[in-house]
Design a protein around this ligand. Structure first.
Ligand SMILES: Cc1cc2nc3c(=O)[nH]c(=O)nc-3n(C[C@H](O)[C@H](O)[C@H](O)COP(=O)(O)OP(=O)(O)OC[C@H]3O[C@@H](n4cnc5c(N)ncnc54)[C@H](O)[C@@H]3O)c2cc1C
Length: 327
């Protein structure tokens, strides 16, 4: 806990990402903490392929491209980004805040809560023993495709991410199976076509029932959906792409509980909660006229950051426009 951040942003969705960039622009020492292995919040997790038409400056932009732009913007500045870290507690330590995650503790002078609809996590396999194999033989994200070079891999899932993962791993793995509980895949037509032309072996309609580990290999038993047929395959690894779930339970366990109504943080016009130096922005807040939109989330970040900088450094005069700042 050597460094003290000026601003810690909890949540790396569009609200948190742009607030992080704007904090950096204002010369704040800032970190963004995100529970998932990727930034982008709902946009990346729930609708990466959808076109967004109501973000200023774009006639229409694919959700995943918008997040790429935001990520590049954030990466221009020295902002600490902590992925795969869920904030399990927010408490007061003398004049600073202590932020506790599953990986460590951090100190910060101010906090912006940008937790949206809650912390996202991958929907996990409901198969006995799968939890003990996590990150050894069962994966929910792919840190590096090289990990799967010359391996036999089974991908579980039927949406775009499962198809993309299968096609990506086809290039490095010895053999790829794609198991889905339906006979039809839900992916984009173009991806499904590529899948049909690939060497990926489709196993449908099956669900994984049992995983056994023997000699560093997995013996998978799958059961036909609405049928009795059992199928067994020996593989090195399983990659699960069953989408994401979100929950707000961890936030409800924090020591510091900013005032909420209907599970939304109550904020004033500067995005202040009732706890001094704790601000909140994005889909997780409520005020008169609030709209759950990316455009609104983008606007709330600079308001919160400017108010925080004024509180922390009252003698510093903040610039009004980015054109008067140095990048
Ligand atoms: C299907 C769908 C379509 C949409 N289409 C549009 C559209 O066309 N235009 C538009 O403007 N808006 C659209 N929206 C709404 C838009 O996506 C949201 O307004 C926006 O994502 C809100 O951003 P946010 O950063 O506040 O929250 P989120 O996107 O929910 O991000 C919050 C982030 O915080 C993280 N987090 C939460 N708790 C913790 C914790 N304790 N520790 C660490 N991390 C945590 C979560 O993992 C998440 O990544 C759509 C929403 C949906 C569901």
């Amino acid at each position: 806990m050597s460094e003290i951040y000026d601003i810690t942003i909890i949540g790396g969705g569009p609200a948190g990402m742009f607030a992080g960039f704007y904090s950096g622009l204002r010369g704040a020492k800032v970190q963004i903490i995100e529970s998932l292995s990727q930034l982008g919040g709902q946009v990346s997790a729930l609708y990466p392929e959808k076109y967004i038409h109501d973000v200023a400056g774009f006639m229409g932009i694919k959700a995943t491209d918008l997040i790429d732009h935001l990520q590049k913007q954030v990466e221009q500045l020295p902002i600490d980004i902590r992925l795969n870290e869920i904030v399990t507690n927010l408490s007061q330590q003398k004049s600073d805040f202590e932020i506790t995650t599953n990986r460590g503790n951090y100190q910060s002078k101010a906090v912006i809560v940008a937790t949206g609809v809650g912390a996202f996590s991958p929907r996990r396999l409901a198969v006995e023993g799968a939890d003990k194999l996590e990150n050894k033989h069962v994966f929910y994200t792919i840190p590096d495709p090289e990990r799967f070079r010359d391996k036999t891999v089974l991908i579980a899932g039927g949406g775009d991410s499962a198809i993309d993962t299968a096609l990506m791993l086809e290039k490095v793995a010895k053999h790829v199976y794609l198991m889905h509980r339906r006979s039809q895949f839900r992916g984009m037509e173009h991806s499904v076509k590529l899948l049909e032309q690939s060497t990926v072996e489709l196993l449908t309609p099956y669900l994984l029932k049992q995983i056994e580990l023997a000699d560093d290999q997995l013996l998978l038993t799958m059961k036909e959906v609405k049928g009795e047929h059992l199928l067994q395959k020996q593989v090195d690894d399983v990659v699960v792409n069953y989408g994401f779930i979100s929950n707000n339970k961890t936030i409800r366990q924090w020591d510091i509980q900013p005032e909420q109504q209907h599970r939304m943080f109550t904020v004033d016009r500067q995005m202040k909660t009732n706890v001094p130096l704790v601000y909140a922005i994005g889909d997780g807040v409520d005020y008169d006229g609030k709209l759950d939109l990316i455009a609104t989330a983008f606007a709330e970040g600079p308001m919160a950051v400017s108010a925080i900088m004024k509180e922390l450094y009252p003698d510093r005069r903040g610039p009004l426009h980015s054109t008067s700042m140095e990048l």
